[in-house]
Design a protein around this ligand. Structure first.
Ligand code: NAD
Ligand code: IPM
Ligand code: MN
Length: 353
């Protein structure tokens, strides 16, 4: 029997609520499929920041390094500035563990609704391959001047290695899917980094003659995602563009409560980290009404990454069964159930197929 060491960081707000449900479902899957998940919980959060002045201990990265994978709830809550909490926990972990791929698959599932008129389940499916270690997210820059002359500068960093590896990952993924990749660009307005991104995209595309490739300005791509989502399968995007497109992709496929995410270290030299696309949702935190599906599906991605593919499939199937039946649904899905009721229903629906 395999034993896996999993670090659990529930974090803030609804991250805590949905983490409990994801663990419930993963435990059931492990039991049925005959493996053990050994959980270690870390209380790293804005609450910890309030008590100690840091989001995680100084040796936080070393503490996590020995784990097989990490399951993270959400980070950030009013009271601690977002750039402090996120650069104190989530972003450093993504970088320290070379989780340079942020994989964000979305699919419109039976029993859920899309804001797009006339689309039904099975018609909408795509994946955002987001660069997760550099790009527009950088510490380089600063504030200068005073009064009306005050200004802020923020540098973006795009390295050849960083762009090549994310683009190549997207092409490899497309080979296993529909064979289509679209690159999100903005080289009409951003004159250094984006032409560089486009150039590397074209170079890698030439290595994959069997994959259909195109580039699309991110503004037009956003419109396409709403008006012609069936034209999109794999999207490769820089850190910021991928962040924005992944919430949009979630919105058109049932909402933020439905979209999972994996911060992947493809070489498996370090743990990968799985979380929902959404954040801590302070507006509904503590009410027990958050949709746990995104986090449960992030758990399925974690199992898949561990190599427990059958268990991952059982979890996804259980989610689909419960949503299709429509009896247990949180308010964002049009129902009245609680987070715990939906989590329990999914856990009970996990079966060996
Ligand atoms: P958010 O994703 O937390 O919430 C946006 C909206 O979606 C809110 O109205 C919320 O109620 C709703 N929503 C989100 N998840 C839901 C769920 N599972 N079920 C039902 N409704 C859901 O985005 P925000 O409000 O911009 O951010 C809140 C905090 O979370 C901020 O501190 C932000 O920096 C942080 N954040 C963290 C992560 C992360 O940890 N990966 C991701 C995004 C935002
Ligand atoms: C996400 C979040 C984070 C990001 C924030 C909270 C820093 O929006 O995981 O999508 O932009 O990466
Ligand atoms: Mn985001």
């Amino acid at each position: 029997m395999s034993d896996y060491r999993i670090a659990s960081i529930p974090g803030d707000g609804i991250g805590v609520d949905v983490q409990i449900e994801a663990r419930k479902v993963l435990e059931r899957a492990a039991e049925l499929h005959g493996f053990v998940l050994q959980w270690t919980e870390f209380d790293w959060s804005c609450e910890r920041f309030a008590q100690t002045g840091t989001m995680m201990p100084d040796d936080g990265v070393q503490l996590l390094a020995g784990f097989d994978q990490i399951l993270l709830g959400a980070v950030g809550f009013p009271g601690v500035p977002d750039h402090v909490s996120l650069w104190g926990l989530l972003i450093p972990l993504r970088r320290a563990f070379s989780q340079y791929v942020n994989l964000r698959p979305v699919r419109l599932l039976p029993g859920t609704n899309t804001v797009l008129a006339g689309r039904t389940a099975g018609e909408l499916e795509m994946v955002i391959v987001r660069e997760n270690s550099e790009g527009e997210y950088s510490r380089i820059g600063g504030r200068h001047g005073t009064g009306a002359g005050e200004f802020a500068l923020q540098e973006s960093v795009f390295t050849r290695t960083g762009v090549e590896r994310i683009v190549r990952y997207a092409f490899e993924l497309a080979k296993t899917r529909t064979g289509r990749v679209v690159s999100a660009t903005k080289s009409n307005g951003i004159i250094h980094t984006m032409p560089f991104w486009d150039e590397i995209f074209a170079e890698i595309a030439a290595e994959y003659p069997d994959v259909h490739s195109e580039q699309c300005h991110i503004d037009a791509l956003a419109a396409r995602m709403v008006q012609q989502p069936e034209r999109i399968d794999v999207v490769v995007a820089s850190n910021l563009f991928g962040d924005i497109l992944s919430d949009l992709a979630a919105a058109v496929t049932g909402g933020l409560g439905m979209a999972p995410s994996g911060n992947i270290n493809p070489e498996s030299t370090h743990p990968s980290m799985f979380e929902a696309v959404h954040g801590s949702a302070p507006d509904i935190a503590g009410q027990g009404i958050a949709n746990p599906v995104a986090q449960i599906l992030a758990g399925a991605m974690l199992l898949d990454h561990l190599g427990e593919r059958a268990a991952a499939g059982s979890v996804s199937a259980a989610v689909e069964t419960v949503l299709a039946a429509g009896e247990v649904a949180t308010p964002d899905l049009g129902g009245k159930s609680t987070t715990a009721e939906l989590g329990t229903a999914v856990a009970e629906a996990v079966k060996i197929s």
